[in-house]
Design a protein around this ligand. Sequence first.
Ligand code: GTP
Ligand code: MG
Length: 133
Amino acid sequence: SERAFVMIKPDGVRRGLIGEIVSRFEKKGLSVVKAELIQVSEATAKEHYGHLEAKPFFRELVDYITSGPSFAMIVEGTAAVKNSRYLIGATNPADAAPGTIRGDYGLDVSENVIHGSDSIDNARIEIERFFIR
Ligand code: GTP
Ligand code: MG
């Protein structure tokens, strides 16, 4: 079955949301098959968000994602990538529907609680980036 890379960002970890968020994936029927509290390095942050390098918020984004521990997970199950993104909700918590993780736990796009890979190819790349090196 399919695998997605999901990561609770430093604001979510600081706010004590790991249990709540893991529970949502479990209740949906997806399995957390690997998980680790990690400190994302500056180099890994810049690689992970390299496609956003030209954005005015890039420095803020790198500072945010490296600001404390993140909870990295491999989530496995049917259409894990698509289903994870549904659970997570829209990028900007202000636009995310209630019932989604960002809709229920976030207020601002600069601290949006959680990451989920956006394609099966990127899931594979991100699992390697965060777990295999
Ligand atoms: P991820 O699952 O984290 O990849 O989010 P996404 O796929 O919903 O959005 P995208 O890949 O386009 O953006 C990556 C991340 O950049 C977002 O999750 C935010 O943390 C951050 N981001 C996007 N837009 C803004 C913005 O306007 N301001 C700030 N400060 N951060 C932003
Ligand atoms: Mg993305």
